[in-house]
Ligand binder design. Structure first.
Ligand code: HEC
Length: 472
């Protein structure tokens, strides 16, 4: 009897649908039709096995138990992580934030009982090749030269490993992805292309100086990186932090990996309480069409790669920061003041004069726990200003790369401003020690100011770009 009733009800629904007097439930979005496309596109890169997020979101069974939490996290815009204020930023091609419509669909699905729907409506589950986010196998995979053993305890400095670039000629990468071997211990990592000092050699992946001693080098290419402005830009291939580790460039713009140089792996490990091992990998996908321009990376405040000089500057709390020159080099070191205790809104602005026409592709703010906000402003030769990226609530947990939908042409005579604010007060919930002065250095309780900016120089064709020592 009961069974007959159910069948009768089903028939009634079917009939009413065909005569378009849909019952309320027919308006409830379903997982298969409405939710899966959103989750596969906007969440799955992180919410899948082996990735950064705590749970996988690749099937109805995965998603259903989280329905209510998902509704909350998307309505509060905590998920997916995205920091650009859409009203004060240009459109980004990798914008993974949800539209108001998508958020409403998720809420309606959850409020309607989170139904599964018809499996026939399901879009294909996204495929990820062997842990690579990109979805295909890289053309080349480079591994850290040695497997590194991380002790159970203690504070490890950034570990530096070196290996020769394995190519006979310069190669250009369209996509680079860094893949930690052991996520439990890799805190952050970066890969650079460097020269090694004269007389130095590489033994077991480590740099041994001409006097036979291990290098105490902490930064790419020689200089300790204890100050804003000292970081070499164009030698950086990419970096990895949780939620970030893939750089996709335009089809005809390549990141150069020059033959004859050395790959420098810089890995910061956090011990877990038991001995661990790691061997991090770099996946490289070469450009598939001829490369017209080389991608360069600088931070706002550093001079353009082709015009090193004393033109650029930093302002701390509105006052110009002084520099000292490293003896015998073209490197300058800034004397950026430390952030005072309890300062709530301490500003640091880097200003890069644009000395020739460039095209800007992407930006990524990097700060540490006191980082509060960072924005990029272009001042054009006629004086008008344009904010191209505004991250009003910088979140250290999400190091996001913002890729412009349309590359931005910036004429010579303009300036690129990176306007950063820091909060060293107790109001900042991440602040480990508001009573302390904050130094500029690597550890997350120190600070950094790195408004990384990716661009190419319009007049340069590949034949005339050479990475010389002074341009590193
Ligand atoms: C860039 C990576 C990334 C993306 C993209 C992302 N998430 Fe997450 N998500 C995380 C991480 C990491 C956590 C755990 C840390 C946290 O809660 O901040 C998390 C946590 C969550 C939680 C809370 C889990 C808990 O334990 O309470 C929910 C719910 C969630 N994500 C849903 C989503 C949804 C829905 C999307 C897509 C619309 C999405 N996330 C996109 C990385 C991501």
């Amino acid at each position: 009897m009961k069974r007959a009733l159910v069948i009768a009800a089903t028939v009634a629904v079917a009939v009413s649908t065909t005569v378009h007097t849909s019952p309320a439930s027919a308006n409830v979005p379903t997982f298969s039709k409405d939710i899966a496309p959103i989750v596969f596109n906007n969440c799955a890169t992180c919410h899948r096995p082996g990735e950064v997020a705590p749970m996988s979101l690749l099937s109805y069974e995965d998603v259903r138990p989280w329905a209510k939490v998902i509704k909350n996290k998307v309505q509060s815009r905590e998920m997916p992580p995205w920091g650009a204020d859409p009203d004060h930023s240009l459109k980004m091609r990798n914008d993974r934030s949800l539209t108001r419509q998508q958020i409403e669909t998720i809420a309606a699905w959850v409020d309607g009982g989170a139904p599964r729907g018809n499996d026939a409506d399901l879009p294909p589950v996204p495929k990820f090749a062997d842990g690579w986010t990109v979805g295909t196998q890289p053309d080349v995979v480079l591994e850290m030269p040695v497997e590194f053993s991380i002790p159970a305890e203690g504070e490890l400095g950034v570990q530096m490993f070196y290996a020769p670039v394995p190519f006979k000629e310069d190669k250009f990468a369209e996509i680079l992805e860094l893949h930690p071997g052991n996520r439990a211990v890799v805190h952050h990592a970066g890969v650079f292309v460097v020269d090694i000092p004269e007389g130095a050699k590489i033994v077991d992946g480590r740099l041994i100086m001409s006097d036979g001693k291990a290098s105490t080098d902490r930064g790419a290419g020689g200089a300790p990186r204890n100050g804003v402005g000292a970081l070499p830009g164009s030698s950086k291939l990419l970096s990895w932090v949780p939620g970030r580790g893939v750089d996709r460039h335009r089809a005809d713009i390549g990141k150069r990996i020059p033959a004859g140089k050395y790959i420098n792996w810089q890995v910061h490990y956090n011990p877990t309480g038991r001995p661990e091992k790691d061997r991090t990998k770099l996946g490289i996908w070469f450009n598939k069409v001829p490369v017209t321009h080389e991608l360069l990376i600088r931070q706002a405040g550093d001079p353009l790669a082709t015009t090193r000089g004393g033109l650029s500057l930093y302002r701390a709390e509105g006052k110009e920061v002084e520099y000292t020159a490293d003896e015998g080099t073209t490197r300058r070191r800034s004397k950026t003041p430390n952030i005072p205790p309890y300062a709530e809104s301490w500003s640091l602005t880097g200003i890069t004069p644009v000395t020739e026409d460039i095209t800007l592709y992407a930006m990524s703010p990097h700060m540490h726990l006191r980082g509060k906000s960072l924005k990029w402003v272009i001042v054009y030769p006629d004086g008008h200003e344009q904010t191209i990226l505004d991250v009003p609530h910088f979140d250290f947990n999400w190091q996001i790369q913002y890729e412009l939908e349309e590359p931005l042409h910036i004429p010579a005579g303009s300036k690129i401003l990176g306007i950063g604010y820091y909060d060293n007060s107790p109001k900042n919930k991440w602040n480990p020690a508001p009573e302390k002065e904050v130094y500029w250095s690597e550890q997350s309780w120190d600070e950094m100011y790195q408004p990384f900016t990716e661009y190419s120089v319009d007049s340069q064709t590949l034949s005339d770009i050479t990475i010389t020592k002074s341009q590193r």
